[in-house]
Design a protein around this ligand. Structure first.
Ligand SMILES: Cc1cc2nc3c(=O)[nH]c(=O)nc-3n(C[C@H](O)[C@H](O)[C@H](O)COP(=O)(O)OP(=O)(O)OC[C@H]3O[C@@H](n4cnc5c(N)ncnc54)[C@H](O)[C@@H]3O)c2cc1C
Length: 507
């Protein structure tokens, strides 16, 4: 299956240079997604010299695989915060997210970023009686916490609904165009952006942080992991993050209206599907997003995507399905992201655990981290403090995620075969095989080239699984993903999968 996000089709490309020498800056930002570019903007505006180091292309990570919705409520719903946090915190979460959406809107105007930003209402609804109480609970939570939410009428929601609520004044945009546009606008002598420049190592010392990259050494007073999840084994956040893969599809309507707004609906026994429309010029699309599963733990990834196509067919008169894609998100054990110094006094910052709300949380991270580095007060620093994690608060989720990880270490592999099975491996397929007593990740490219790699993830040595939709090797433990050539696509791993040569030796 060929996967490509809608945003990739409707964005240009950026042309920032590769780093080719050693440099010194105030702040090194690793990652050029919405988090990295927003942080760079605010630090440069505060007078710091900044270098953004992006392994591939600006905006090409998860930022270009989102739904492009901007809202102050959250995807796991506000009521999920109630068991852990008081009303004051719930209000602050909504307030902080609102200020991030406002900054995006201001930037769109200030830099004239052509990214189809518009204000729309956001809806949460139940499609059956079974799920109506979830919507009722969300409404009660919002009322109690003093977060604005209203009852929606069935005329507003283009789906069968038993209960619905509305949050007015939310927004949508093309996330990739926004980040590319912002990066082009902020690049300057004191805010350098480097593409195709991968950071391989972080070393914190008394003076600051030294980063080894594919293009040179970067010495900085501070460094920021704006990589969606922190890189490497030294940063221990992976024990409190659940990595999930979720999917999107875009299609043309043959007849009927494209709905305007953000629509989150509960279906069946509580699965959530998100629907929005996107138009640019004469082109219009309907998008459905959902079908999450733990990374590397789906039996058939393609099936998850096809379920979304079926959903669209069940609810709309669908013509061509134009785009199918997957994206990653990381659920924090105690429901809120981790933003700030990785530990008390550290010069290395993290911004992670965004769930599927990171277009807003990424911008908020930029606001919190830039204020912290500049020594300014920020009203939201404490809410998201990265060093806040306490096992007591997060115990249930923490244990659940880590039990799941432990199971992946000891589980026997599905689809395991022996060396003879290589003969039957078709183009575009992958399989774990046993070869000379080693576990090998074997895959064939579209053109038939056989790739053999050690099946052990280079992060913490779990065995990777084949993702048959995106044709990648995905690690079921902490979410690292690798392409067929073994290169790191995302997740905490820093090193590629080790090549397995013909004599059976790993190199
Ligand atoms: C299906 C789906 C739908 C979503 N929809 C929404 C939505 O509607 N609204 C919302 O708010 N959020 C949404 N999200 C979440 C949101 O997209 C992400 O949280 C957000 O884009 C994360 O941005 P980021 O900049 O932190 O990470 P990314 O965009 O992933 O950027 C990280 C960058 O770091 C780079 N990098 C990684 N390793 C290195 C290295 N070693 N050296 C240098 N660079 C490196 C990568 O190449 C990448 O460009 C969705 C997520 C998914 C999966």
């Amino acid at each position: 299956m060929f996967t490509q996000s809608l945003w990739n089709s409707f964005s240009g490309t950026t042309n920032f240079p590769q780093l080719t020498k050693d440099i010194q800056v105030d702040v090194a930002i690793v990652g050029g997604g919405i988090t990295g570019i927003s942080t760079a903007q605010l630090l440069a505006e505060a007078g710091f010299s900044v270098a953004v180091l992006e392994a591939r292309k600006v905006g090409g990570g998860t930022t270009s695989h989102s739904t492009g919705n901007l809202y102050y409520n959250i995807d796991q719903v506000l009521s999920s915060l109630q068991s852990k946090y008081n009303n004051e915190i719930i209000r602050r979460v909504a307030g902080s997210r609102n200020s991030a959406v406002q900054l995006i809107e201001e930037n769109v105007k200030k830099f004239q970023i052509d990214c189809d930003f518009k204000r729309v209402p956001s809806y949460l609804y139940s499609s059956n009686e079974e799920n109506a109480s979830k919507v009722d609970k969300e409404y009660e939570t919002a009322l109690e916490a003093g977060v604005k939410m209203e009852i929606a009428s069935s005329e507003e929601i283009p789906f069968k609904m038993t209960r619905g609520v509305r949050v007015s004044g939310q927004a949508q945009f093309n996330s990739m165009r926004y980040v590319q546009g912002l990066a082009n606008a902020i690049e300057s002598e004191s805010c350098k952006i480097y593409e195709n420049t991968r950071v391989d190592e972080f070393e914190e010392n008394d003076e600051g942080v030294t980063l080894s990259t594919t293009g040179g050494i970067v010495r900085a007073k501070y460094a920021v992991h704006a990589t969606h999840t922190p890189k490497g084994v030294k940063v221990m956040f992976h024990t409190v993050l659940g990595p999930y893969r979720e999917y999107g599809v875009a299609a043309k309507l043959s007849a009927g209206e494209y709905p305007e707004g953000i629509f989150w609906g509960y279906y069946g026994s509580g699965e959530k599907v998100s629907v929005r429309s996107y138009s640019r010029g004469e082109e219009k699309f309907i998008i459905a997003v959902g079908q999450p599963h733990k990374v590397g733990q789906a039996k058939d990834n393609s099936q998850h995507i096809e379920q979304l196509v079926t959903f669209l067919k069940d609810h709309f008169d669908i013509g061509e399905v134009t785009h199918r894609w997957g994206g990653q998100h990381y659920k924090p054990a105690d429901k809120l992201p981790y933003i700030g110094p990785q530990s008390e006094g550290s010069r290395i910052y993290v911004a992670t655990g965004f769930s599927t709300d990171g277009l807003t949380y990424g911008v908020l991270s930029g606001m919190i981290i830039s204020d912290h580095i500049a020594g300014n007060e920020n009203p939201y620093t404490e809410v998201y403090k990265a060093s806040r994690f306490t096992p007591a608060k997060s115990a249930k989720e923490f244990l659940k995620e880590n039990l799941n990880v432990a199971t992946q270490f000891i589980k026997d592999l599905p689809f395991k075969g022996d060396e003879d099975e290589l003969k039957f491996l078709k183009n575009g397929e992958g399989k774990i095989i046993e070869k000379d007593g080693h576990k090998v990740a074997a895959s064939r490219s579209e053109s038939g080239e056989l790739n053999l790699h050690s099946a052990f993830c280079t992060h913490m040595y779990c065995v990777v699984h084949w993702n048959n939709a995106e044709r990648t090797w995905d690690c079921p433990c902490h979410g690292s993903r690798f392409n067929q050539e073994g290169g790191v696509l995302e997740g905490p791993a820093l090193e590629p999968l080790k090549k397995f040569n013909s004599s059976g030796e790993k190199s």
